[in-house]
Design a protein around this ligand. Structure first.
Ligand code: RAM
Length: 489
């Protein structure tokens, strides 16, 4: 652990803004075994939940047993968690069974939750008494300052999209930029990059980005490699998961921060750490400058489509980040690095064209089976290996290619919209954004989701959507597109 970087990060740990909120309506009634109380807070929140109950009838002769469940979206209310068989730990499901031995009682639920709805099921009370809910409230937190937001001007749908996107970001902004306040509640590099971009054009909380970058620099391993994510409790600790693309995105995130904040002092301090990710990535290339393929799950992330071959995408992410390292070296005036990085980029670019570009199809292919996927095309475009006109044709062919491996996450969909904007197809970018994130809005979203497939709303790479997160950092970027590029219909 690099103590110097850790201290820098801890010195700017945010003080969270706390608010007390109550459900739209607290139902009156005397509740018995088998009854259900549904509380709707009217919007998505992150925080702690409290309630007050008393007994009505004879003296309480047995404890009250309650099942309390927290739901980010309506459809979670009816999901039966006892049937969950996915591969991500079931403990993420926001559900508690609690005994209330003595009434009246003020009950404080033990965890922090992400929710709009709170469901209290009366699992068991004796038939001598019934339960009355006197009050219910939540102490909710964020490190975002709502007051600094400037209103976005657009049509009603655009304004709502901006609002939902920023609600997503705001509720992920806690002690760090979390990926999702329901799950995994930690700092992932891929998510941080997109949250930071959206934050620069909205809340402008540079300090939180700075803190997160220092945290990542602090937890680099002995070789200097940055893990894909880190934990902050009980103390700061890097995860033992490393992903080719996520380590490299430290470079892009640092460059974006330097460009947005003009804080070159900080960029200078972390430049070596960023450069180290570029050096370490070299180990993954063969003598022809082609990145090695692998079938180890998660060697490189790109997207949650389990069929996706990542080889071409990895080469393109490398090029995307190498360009940003070069831009950083320019900002910091390090001419010897600029020359070296440019020389290396030229070789890797040529290799990318030789190995991954099918000139006849005008599409990128990946892996030994020459797989065609959205991810490879989108990252191919973002890597700027081809001329603009050629990139446009790649995206057009991709859209017509029926069996291209599809995108699963809003994260990958973000990259697609970014690619469209990069080649000047703003109209298409706008239409696609409205279709994809607009689909979540039609689904009733207050915050944007971790996973969304308009054709299959219950899709999940985890084996069940019960553990899906519905307020997820990497989904907050419509606000970035709307505000930064002024996209409108
Ligand atoms: C999931 C989370 C997280 C993401 C990783 C790679 O666990 O959704 O946000 O960055 O995947």
């Amino acid at each position: 652990m690099n103590q110097y970087f850790l201290e820098k990060a801890q010195a700017i740990k945010p003080v969270l803004n706390e608010d007390v909120v109550r459900p739209v309506r607290i139902p009156d009634g005397i509740y018995c075994t088998g009854d259900r109380i549904v509380l709707d807070f009217g919007n998505h929140f992150v925080g702690r939940f409290f309630f007050r109950v008393h007994g009505e009838g004879s003296h309480q002769d047995a404890p009250a047993l309650l099942k309390v469940k927290f739901c980010e979206v309506k459809k979670e209310i009816e999901e039966d968690s006892s049937r969950y068989q996915g591969w991500i730990c079931a403990s993420w499901i926001q559900e508690e069974r609690i005994h209330v031995d003595v009434l009246p009682a003020e009950v404080a639920m033990p965890r922090r939750y992400a929710f709009r709805y709170v469901i209290i099921d009366i699992a068991a009370v004796s038939d001598k008494y019934g339960l009355v809910l006197d009050d219910a409230y939540a102490k909710v937190t964020t490190s975002a300052e709502d007051a600094v937001l400037t209103a976005y001007q657009g049509n009603a749908k655009e304004m709502r999209m901006d609002e939902v996107a920023l609600r997503t970001l705001r509720n992920c902004m806690q002690d760090v930029f979390e990926d999702g306040p329901k799950r995994d509640r930690r700092l992932w590099l891929g998510d941080l990059r997109l949250e930071a971009l959206t934050n620069y054009v909205s809340y402008g909380n540079y300090s939180l980005v700075k803190r997160c970058l220092y945290l990542f620099a602090a937890v680099a391993d002995e070789e200097g490699r940055i893990p894909a994510c880190l934990f902050t409790e009980p103390e700061v600790c890097g995860d033992d998961t490393y992903m080719f693309d996520y380590s490299l995105f430290f470079i892009a995130a640092l460059y974006d921060y330097a460009a947005a904040s003009k804080d070159l002092e900080m960029a200078r301090e972390l430049y070596k750490t960023a450069r180290r990710q570029w050096e370490l990535a070299q180990e993954n290339f063969d003598e022809n400058h082609v990145v090695h393929d692998s079938d180890v799950l998660g060697w490189c992330f790109l997207d949650w489509n389990l069929e996706l071959n990542k080889q071409a995408g990895a080469q393109f992410v490398y090029l995307y980040c190498a360009k940003r390292l070069c831009l950083l070296a320019e900002l910091l005036e390090i001419p010897e690095d600029i020359t070296e990085i440019k020389r290396d980029m030229a070789l890797k670019k040529q290799a990318a064209l030789d190995y991954f570009y099918d000139r006849e199809k005008e599409l990128f292919v990946s892996g030994s089976k020459k797989q065609i996927s959205y991810a490879s095309q989108v990252w191919g475009v973002l890597s700027e290996c081809l001329e603009k006109e050629e990139n446009i044709r790649v995206l057009e062919h991709m859209r017509r290619c029926k069996d291209a491996v599809e995108m699963v996450t809003p994260y990958m969909n973000h990259c697609y919209v970014e690619a469209l904007i990069q080649v000047g197809m703003e109209k298409e970018a706008y239409a696609y954004m409205m279709h994809y994130w607009g689909g979540m809005m039609e689904d009733g979203a207050d915050t944007f989701y971790e996973l969304f497939n308009p054709g299959n709303p219950s899709e999940s790479p985890y084996g069940s959507c019960i553990v899906n997160s519905y307020c997820h950092a990497w989904s907050c970027t419509p606000a970035y597109f709307l505000r930064k590029y002024n996209l409108h219909g």
